[in-house]
Design a protein around this ligand. Structure first.
Ligand SMILES: Nc1nc2c(ncn2[C@@H]2O[C@H](COP(=O)(O)OP(=O)(O)OP(=O)(O)O)[C@@H](O)[C@H]2O)c(=O)[nH]1
Ligand SMILES: [Mg+2]
Length: 305
């Protein structure tokens, strides 16, 4: 008889240490990977890499209601593109609402996300930590009866299910934690935890409430975020919404920069996987990476009603 890991539902096996599901003793409840992730926060095996298109097909075939989750720093076109490929009835859930800075008005944030990304379905803000709006998700499960929790890796799918249903699915800061679909029968309602979609961007997991950082940058100064350099061709106020643990500073510009990216007034420059920077004035920006996009700010600005 095959046994499955309680943390990720991989089939347990004792034969190959390098393969998924390995455990030294077949009677253990957790595979070695989940055991190390849960107890030591250590990743010993990257796991099976998910193919996003295959995952979308599998989810669409399930014919369930889909709760698609993403935290507010990780809303950008690639994520919304996957959301839109989900053909089931669905809603967009912004997870980790406990991390959203106090200055952000949550109702406005929801409205702006709907408008900027042209989303017709409900947008709901929840937190597995503070339990904000957990009851709303519970009501959806009761109403819909068959629900898949989907979204990109590390957005808090398994944490949401653990909080909702008092389960112990493995959660971690490593990408690709949940390896298989995990089906839970909750008093006759079916809730399925899906493996996360993958991307090639930064995968920064924020743990503390975000404190926005505002700088005035001018011709001689730029901002550094780790190794990323960003400058504006006019005097500008920029507010950074990212993990405060990143190495963020304002520094003198060295060398000649190439100002080629047009940023309209009140826009966000999104650095995919890290967060975004709100620009107050229209400008041309110099940036030394390619994983970015520009959008009307989701936290207000000139695009507000
Ligand atoms: N502050 C905060 N952190 C959260 C919340 N939900 C999840 N996290 C953290 O986010 C990280 C990822 O959570 P998971 O639940 O493993 O994410 P997942 O979407 O299941 O990830 P995969 O299984 O890899 O697809 C963990 O470090 C969690 O502790 C939340 O509501 N608030
Ligand atoms: Mg998971």
């Amino acid at each position: 008889m095959t046994r499955k890991c309680m943390g990720c539902r991989s089939i347990l096996q004792v034969d190959n240490k390098d393969n998924i599901g390995y455990t030294p003793d077949i009677n253990n409840n957790l595979c070695m990977r989940c055991f190390k992730l849960k107890h030591y926060g250590k990743l010993i095996n990257k796991g099976k890499i998910q193919d996003n298109e295959q995952l979308i097909n599998k989810i669409n075939k399930k014919n369930c209601y889909v709760i698609f989750v993403s935290d507010f720093l990780n809303i950008y076109s690639d994520v919304i593109e996957v959301y839109k490929k989900i053909k089931c009835n669905k809603c967009l859930v912004i997870t980790k609402s406990d991390l959203i800075p106090r200055n952000i008005i949550k109702d406005k944030l929801k409205k702006n996300i709907k408008r900027v990304y042209d989303i017709e379905e409900d947008v709901i803000l929840v937190s597995s930590e503070s339990k904000e709006n957990i009851h709303v998700i519970r009501d959806i499960i009761t109403r819909e009866r068959n629900v898949v929790i989907s979204g990109f890796t590390n957005m808090g799918k398994s944490s949401l299910i653990n909080t909702l249903l008092n389960k112990d699915i493995t959660v971690s800061k490593s990408v690709n934690t949940t390896q298989e679909f995990i089906r839970i029968n909750d008093n006759g309602n079916i809730v399925i935890d899906a493996p996360g979609f993958m991307n090639n961007y930064y995968n920064d997991v924020v743990c503390k409430k975000i404190r926005p950082i505002t700088y005035q940058i001018a011709c001689k100064y730029c901002i550094h975020i780790n190794d990323i350099v960003i400058a504006s061709n006019v005097i500008n106020n920029v507010t950074i919404y990212m993990n405060n643990k990143l190495d963020i500073s304002k520094r003198r510009i060295r060398g000649v920069l190439d100002y080629t990216v047009r940023v309209p007034e009140g826009s966000d420059l999104v650095i995919k996987g890290l967060g975004f920077i709100k620009f107050s004035k229209e400008c041309l920006v110099a940036i030394n990476i390619g994983d970015y996009e520009i959008r009307p700010s989701i936290i207000g600005g000139t695009y507000e009603d």
